[in-house]
Design a protein around this ligand. Structure first.
Ligand code: AMP
Length: 282
């Protein structure tokens, strides 16, 4: 496993590998690894000759007043956690390496970023799309692996890849959860033990919604209402959104006549947590 911090060096390595006909799979991350990240890497490992990952807390995807300065970072611990996975390259640049003075080009993916987190985190998906395109240009992957936990992000990257003709396959991996159902997230570290207990209401509400769907409910409004009721019962949870959307366009839908995304974002203490399930998938 090589740790590379320099863009030119990373680009050179990737170019050499491509010339040798090697297939590269890439997993972008912000570090502070949990089993969700590790699962993406294990899947990625199966798919190519070279497994590259990045660890970079991307400043442009944080809005004003968000948690950029306190976002958990532990490069040494991360390297230790992945030493048996078979990662070939860890690209871990500094912010000034990725955004040198004078940087001024951004990618805007339009419609699919307007709803859900796009409404609450202005500029977030512009930052995500921009850093991903930069990383794709540096690492030159044939495949890139993303988690469904950040479903709107996955759809945004797929849309960018399609629209900008990137020669790259994007793969989505189902959300990895703790035993009690909480979706794994680097941000769970912000939760106190009491807040963590309250956070279990998120997955509970998604599961109950799925039961309603399985029993035949096809209207979005009653399902959303039920999810909100469960979340509102917990003191200290404040809801950003509970919405049911088309899985490709991320537009709201009223009637669920094919697979649909039920997405939730809440604030608990200092943490903002997101989660989702796909209604009609199983
Ligand atoms: P992050 O470091 O949080 O930016 O996440 C890096 C990648 O891991 C993204 O593609 C996320 O969607 C994915 N990811 C984060 N948490 C999970 C999870 N619990 N299950 C599956 N993938 C995840």
């Amino acid at each position: 496993m090589e740790i590379i911090k320099n863009v030119k060096e990373m680009q050179k390595k990737a170019s050499q590998a491509k010339k040798q006909g090697k297939k590269i799979c890439f997993v972008p991350t912000m570090g502070f690894f949990h089993e969700g990240h590790i699962t993406l890497m294990r899947e990625g490992r199966k798919l190519a000759d070279i497994l590259a990952i990045s660890i970079f807390v991307n400043p442009t995807q944080f809005s004003q007043g968000e948690d950029l300065d306190v976002y958990p970072r532990d490069l040494k611990g991360d390297i230790e956690k992945i030493k048996d996975i078979g990662v070939d390259w860890v690209f871990a640049p500094s912010a000034s390496e990725m955004y040198p003075e004078g940087f001024q080009s951004y990618v805007i993916v339009e419609k699919v970023t307007r709803n859900l987190c796009g409404k609450f985190r202005p500029g977030h998906f512009r930052g995500v799309a921009t850093i991903c395109l930069k990383l794709f240009n540096i690492i030159k992957p044939d495949l890139a692996v993303f988690g469904e936990k950040d479903f709107q992000q996955l759809v945004t990257i797929k849309q960018m890849v399609k629209d900008l003709n990137l020669d790259l396959k994007v793969i989505g991996i189902p959300t990895v959860r703790e035993k009690d159902g909480l979706a794994m997230s680097s941000r769970n570290i912000y939760l106190t033990p009491n807040e963590r207990k309250k956070a279990l209401a998120i997955f509970r509400s998604l599961k109950e919604a799925n039961e309603m769907f399985k029993k035949g409910e096809r209207k979005a409004i009653p399902i959303i209402k039920h999810v909100r009721e469960i979340l509102e019962k917990e003191n200290g949870i404040s809801i950003d959104y509970v919405q049911i959307c088309d899985i490709n366009t991320i537009e709201d839908i009223d009637k669920i006549d094919k697979k649909a995304l039920l997405a939730v974002a809440v604030r608990i203490g200092s943490a903002r947590l997101i989660d989702n399930i796909i209604l009609g998938r199983d």
